[in-house]
Design a protein around this ligand. Structure first.
Ligand SMILES: [Zn+2]
Length: 393
């Protein structure tokens, strides 16, 4: 079962709908009329103006429903006469084109989710402001920082253990990071209770926990993925888009007697998942793994080497492919809180649509391929023997 987040928006935002007159964009000191008479004729060029240096749209994140990165990459494809226009005009032009390809239902969902986030941010008061900007030296342990700085396969392997193929464990968060995150999570829950606010839980399987991105931590987690997860994933998980991770879903889960108790067997809606235990005192709650599978083989039996039960240690991270089947055993006493970062690659998702053989990462596809290979060798041998016998007789 795949756990699609209820309110996940990837990284798109929504802007207020504009009327038919929006082809004329009002910008700064006057009105710039975009040359085309109707939006339907807005077009991009086939070949990019490769010497053009595109602008940054980062600060428009809350005003435009498309990712600032997408706008920056599209800019080179604008008709040359538009390249020198003010940034807002270019943004509007590209937006009109993109809207033609974006389904209405999806846009409404994105709009609703943006309003939901704004309602939280307008009334939620963070307890630990320092958590909202990533400050690596105080967040991470020195060994982890050094490995990232060195940025080689050897430096990553040095700080990691691999208790089962494709599952990497390493010390990541400082004790103080865990504690401040825990107190912030408590603060979320208190606020949700006191304000009687109905929040969207992290995914369809957890009734407790909170989406950190909805509480203002999106920027911090983006940076964590860009600067700290992607370099590792590029080396360890290249076959599932590790080097092209470009969006995330970040949340905390809470387990215990008065929280979620356990989590059934599932795969994540991610290419790569980072799971960091924040604490606190608990028993039980082991993470169990049963091998990586593609959609077709999602229910196939696990091989003995794929079976792993892992006990969480506060401050330690587990990094695995999203398609690595797993679940969490019951937390039998105390309370356990984990930070989870689902990292996704739009490039990999797109490429996957056109593939049928996933033997580079699916354990079952690998086995099938090996078996086919063996069979074909055996058949060839038999054929050769028959021919030899014929020649001899
Ligand atoms: Zn498969």
């Amino acid at each position: 079962m795949s756990t699609a987040p209820e309110g996940s928006t990837s990284d798109r935002r929504h802007a207020p709908p504009t009327g038919p007159e929006s082809a004329a964009a009002v910008v700064g000191n006057g009105t710039v009329v975009i040359p085309s008479p109707s939006k339907a004729s807005h077009r991009l060029r086939l070949n990019p103006s490769s010497d053009h240096d595109p602008e940054s749209y980062d600060d428009l994140q809350n005003q435009v429903e498309f990712s600032p990165m997408l706008l920056s990459s599209l800019e080179k494809y604008l008709p040359p006469q538009l390249l020198s226009l003010p940034r807002d005009s270019k943004a509007n032009y590209m937006r009109d084109i993109l809207l033609r390809y974006s389904p209405e239902g999806e846009r409404t969902r994105v709009l609703k989710h943006r309003d939901y986030r704004q309602r939280i941010l307008a009334s939620y008061k963070p307890l630990n402001r320092e958590l909202y900007t990533l400050h690596p030296p105080s967040f991470f342990v020195p060994s982890f920082l050094e490995a990232i700085k060195e940025n080689t396969a050897e430096s990553f392997r040095r700080i990691m253990t691999e208790p089962s193929p494709g599952i990497y464990v390493f010390k990541m968060f400082q004790r103080s990071t865990c504690q401040t995150l825990l107190s912030e999570v408590e603060n979320f829950e208190r606020w949700v209770h006191d304000a009687n606010f109905r929040i969207m839980r992290p995914n369809t399987m957890n009734k407790y926990g909170a989406v950190l991105d909805d509480f203002g931590m999106e920027g911090m987690l983006s940076r964590m993925m860009d600067d700290f997860v992607r370099p590792i994933a590029k080396v360890l998980f290249p076959e599932v888009g590790g080097s092209t991770l470009d969006s995330h879903h970040g949340f905390v889960v809470e387990y215990g007697i008065d929280r979620d108790v356990e989590l059934g067997f599932h795969v994540d809606d991610s290419e790569v998942t980072l799971n960091v235990c924040l604490g606190e005192q608990f028993s039980g709650g082991e993470l169990f793994f049963r091998g990586v599978r593609c959609d077709k083989h999602i229910n196939s039996e696990a091989q003995s080497e794929e079976i792993l039960d892992y006990c969480h240690v506060p401050g330690y991270a587990v990094l695995h492919r999203g398609r690595h089947r797993h679940g969490a055993r019951a937390t039998t006493s105390g309370r356990r809180v984990n930070l989870i970062l689902w990292c996704r690659s739009s490039v990999f998702k797109e490429m996957k649509k056109y593939q049928t053989d996933f033997s580079r990462w699916c354990g079952e596809c690998q086995r099938t391929k090996r078996a086919r290979h063996k069979l074909s060798i055996a058949t060839t041998k038999l054929e050769l023997m028959k021919r030899e016998r014929k020649v001899a007789s």
